[in-house]
Structure formats: structure tokens, C-alpha cells
Ligand binder design. Structure first.
Ligand code: BT5
Length: 325
């Protein structure tokens, strides 16, 4: 019902809608209308009321609620179910639990804060208020060795969503970091449930430091993390990024399932800040230095080393310097 009240107020584009009209449209009493308006105000919607003219929507808050994400979302699968929390331990953990209980492909878990956000290899992910902490459940019909490609696909969708929603185009550091000016703006953690031959489900988790003030990055993050707010000096509407991300993700994902990952890998190369750079690849047992020259058709990084070409499926890449030729 709240959703309908909001839709009617939105349709009036800043104009007044009388209490009588709302009560007719919703087929509820005017007292009930007043209650729904109260609930929307509690959520942060600024609604003016005038005894003669009725109600008018003045300002929409920066929320990640289903009400905001669904508004104008142009997807068929991504965002089919939206689970939003003010605070959760980890959206990836919860999404995995939901996926195991049969949640459909495209379902999304979103949080304003995480208390135990996860990075790769047991590392932790700092997830304060103002960021976007999102996990999406996918059930692709691909072989497990192709899962890395979905992470790369999500990185491309995240870059294009940042461009559309905030006018900022981050670079992608292989495999899963979005960088601006060498600092980390976002990270992606893909967790897999698979058998030998097939994937049961994937949880693609992305953390984007959207409107996180720079002061929130202290200690080891001070010099390595950044946010859209810190880069542009402006807060933006986080739901715009989520919608754009889900739309890009769906387009890329459906295309890749039908026609392969070739096109999205082309775009990944375009946004890459790794290719053409001298890199250090840290593996558990050794460090390799060389020049990153390409990613192969499975998304692995190809590095030209003094001993010849090597292909890396995993590893921590640090960028040394970019060569011009
Ligand atoms: C990642 O790991 O970059 C993947 C991060 C994925 C986070 C999302 S949030 C939604 C979903 N739910 C979860 O629980 N996780 C996912 P990795 O490459 O391992 O990078 C982790 C390292 O990045 C840490 O060790 C820190 O150095 C740094 N870091 C931690 N928090 C950061 C932040 N907010 N911004 C930038 N860097 C950060």
C-alpha cells in the first residue's frame, strides 16, 4: 500500500494529490492514507501536507530499499527479489543461505552496513554507512572453470553503472578491483557452489564505497581506499547505481550465456588498468614479475616474464608502472 501511495505522489511530479483522491485510488479511509504517509515520512520521504490541497512529495531519501530500487528498474531477472537490511553481518553469507534454500536467480541482498563484510581469502571488508554492499544470486549454465568470467562480467557492469550513475569511470585491476587514481573504490567476491561438471549457484558480492566519507578510511585503508563521494566531492543517489548495475549485469549476463563471453572480455580489456603494466603477481609459494599482456578466453591473466609467458588463474596482482609502448 505504501508503494502505491508513493507511486501516486511520484506521478504527480511535485504537485499536490488530495487526501480524498488518495483514499479513492487506494480504496481505504483517509485515516489509513494518513498512516501510510506517516510511514513514508518515517523512512525519510519528505512529504508536505496542506489541509486544503493534500499531499506533495518534496524529497526522496537516498535509500537502498526495494521501494527505491524497483522504481524504474528495467530488468526481467536481476532484482526479482530484493532483500534489504539496515545492517547485516555479510550480504554474501546471507545470499548463500538463501540460494541454498532455493532463492531464484537474480535475487539481491543489500545492506547499508555490514558488521562482518568479507573479502577474498578470509580478508575482511570495511562496510560503513554510505556504501553499497550488494550480493546477487546467479545460476548460470556454465562449467565451474568459467566462473572467473562472471566476476569479470560483474566488474564491467559495475564500471558502466558508476559511469551512468555518478559520471565516474573507474579502471579494473585484474581480477576484481575497481580503482580510481590507484585507490580501491570497489571489490568483488564471487563465491561458488559447484559439482565437478556444473555450477549450482554463484553469489556475486560487490562492495562499492559510494557515499562513504574519506575520513571513514583510517589505518591501513587510509592511503588505499577511496569513494565516489571522495573523488567527485558529491553524494549521489545510491539506488541509481544499483539499478544501473542490475541492468548492465542482466544485459551482459544474458548475452554471455547465449553468445559467449567474447564481447564482455573486449570491454573488460578497455577498462583494464592492468594490461600493459609491469606487475608483481604474489602467489602462495613465489612472486612473479613481468608485464601483463592480456587475459585469455577464460579470464586468466597472461604475463610476459623473462622466462616466457605465464598464465595466472589466481594471485595478488600489484601494479608497478605502466609502460608506454
Ligand atoms: C575484495 O576482496 O575486494 C572483495 C570485497 C567484496 C565485498 C562485498 S560487500 C558485499 C558482499 N558481502 C560480503 O561480505 N562481501 C561482498 P579482497 O581483494 O580480498 O580485498 C580485501 C582488502 O581490501 C582488505 O584486506 C583491505 O586491504 C581492503 N579493503 C577492505 N575494505 C575496503 C573498502 N571498503 N574499500 C577499499 N578497500 C578495502
Amino acid at each position: 500500500m505504501r508503494e502505491t501511495v508513493l507511486a501516486v505522489l511520484r506521478a504527480a511530479q511535485g504537485g499536490y494529490v488530495s487526501g480524498e483522491e488518495l483514499s479513492k485510488r487506494l480504496r481505504v479511509s483517509r485515516t489509513a492514507v494518513w498512516k501510510y504517509i506517516g510511514a513514508l515520512r518515517e523512512d525519510g520521504y519528505e512529504i508536505e501536507s496542506s489541509p486544503r490541497l493534500g499531499y506533495r512529495l518534496v524529497r526522496v531519501p537516498d535509500l537502498l530499499s526495494p521501494l527505491e530500487i524497483r522504481e524504474g528498474l528495467n530488468t526481467k531477472i536481476m532484482g526479482c527479489n530484493i532483500h534489504h537490511f539496515r545492517e547485516v553481518d555479510s550480504t554474501n553469507r546471507l545470499a548463500r543461505e538463501l540460494a541454498e534454500a532455493g532463492e531464484p536467480e537474480g535475487a539481491v541482498v543489500l545492506a547499508d552496513r555490514q558488521t562482518a563484510g568479507r573479502g577474498r581469502l578470509g580478508r575482511s571488508w570495511c562496510s560503513p554507512e554510505g556504501g553499497i554492499w550488494l550480493s546477487v544470486i546467479l545460476r548460470p549454465s556454465i562449467a565451474p572453470y568459467k566462473v572467473q568470467l562472471v566476476t569479470l562480467l560483474a566488474a564491467v557492469a559495475a564500471v558502466e553503472a558508476a559511469r551512468d550513475a555518478a559520471g565516474l569511470v573507474p579502471g579494473i585491476k585484474w581480477p576484481n578491483d575497481l580503482l580510481v587514481g590507484g585507490k580501491k573504490l570497489a571489490g568483488i567476491l564471487t563465491e561458488v557452489s559447484a559439482e565437478m561438471e556444473r555450477v549450482n549457484h554463484l553469489v556475486v558480492g560487490i562492495g562499492l564505497n559510494a557515499n562513504v566519507p574519506a575520513v571513514c578510511f583510517s589505518g591501513e585503508l587510509e592511503d588505499v581506499a577511496t569513494s565516489i563521494l571522495a573523488e567527485t566531492g558529491q553524494a549521489f543517489r545510491r539506488s541509481d547505481w544499483v539499478k544501473a548495475f542490475l541492468e548492465h549485469l542482466e544485459r551482459e549476463y544474458l548475452f554471455a550465456q547465449a553468445d559467449g563471453f567474447h564481447a564482455v572480455l573486449g570491454r573488460w580489456r578497455k577498462y583494464s588498468v592492468t594490461l600493459g603494466c609491469d606487475v608483481n603477481v604474489a602467489l602462495a609459494e613465489r612472486n612473479v614479475r613481468g608485464r601483463a599482456v592480456d587475459i585469455n578466453e577464460q579470464g586468466a591473466l597472461v604475463v610476459e616474464t623473462p622466462e616466457g609467458r605465464e598464465t595466472f588463474w589466481a594471485g595478488e596482482v600489484s601494479l608497478r608502472e605502466k609502460r608506454d609502448n
